[in-house]
Ligand binder design. Structure first.
Ligand code: DLZ
Length: 158
């Protein structure tokens, strides 16, 4: 239940809950594995850093990002998770295919997130080239997998 917030100075915006009792599902795409593997490492390390037990982090792979929606939906239906994270990387090509995949996954995960009893966290990199993706999976712009792990922990406690 939401609590009334009377004094903003009493609220700790930086607080990250303890994840030692959480069970987190991760669905990761096999396309662009150099990137998605790094996203996965980041997510798992961050979950464990905040207390999640390795046996309570369940990872499933899917062939490509388009399958992330189905994979996440199955994890939601299976039950037992406090949150599900999807991790994928779509790199722009010469055709509009990129746009269709990105829109499909984004819409699918948004709908799943809004209608599921647990949060579904969106870790899809959509980039113009490989370098932009590498910059965001442990490079100069951090690791989207780390961010998704923090979001999953916070939203699991919503
Ligand atoms: C077909 C395809 C293409 C061209 N590019 C990517 C990509 O950059 N990243 C990704 O995760 N998946 C890609 N795919 C595969 C689709 O996501 C999907 O697996 C297939 O269309 C089969 O449904």
């Amino acid at each position: 239940m939401a609590t009334a917030l009377h004094n903003l100075s009493e609220y700790d915006f930086t607080k990250i809950p303890d994840a030692s009792n959480m069970c987190i599902g991760i669905v990761v795409s096999e396309w662009n594995t150099e990137v998605t593997g790094a996203l996965l490492n980041g997510a798992v390390q961050t979950l464990e850093k905040h207390g999640a037990l390795p046996e309570n982090i369940h990872v499933k792979t899917v062939p490509g990002s388009f399958e992330l929606v189905y994979g996440a939906h199955q994890m939601v239906l299976n039950g037992g998770y406090d949150a599900v994270i999807i991790l994928g990387c779509v790199i722009r090509g010469e055709t509009p295919h990129f746009d269709y995949i990105c829109q499909g996954v984004t819409y699918g995960i948004a709908k799943l997130n809004a209608t599921s009893e647990i949060p579904v966290v969106y870790g899809l990199l959509t980039t113009n080239d490989q370098q932009q993706a590498l910059d965001r999976c442990g490079g100069k712009y951090g690791n989207k997998g780390d961010e998704c792990a923090i979001v999953a922990i916070k939203m699991a406690k919503f």
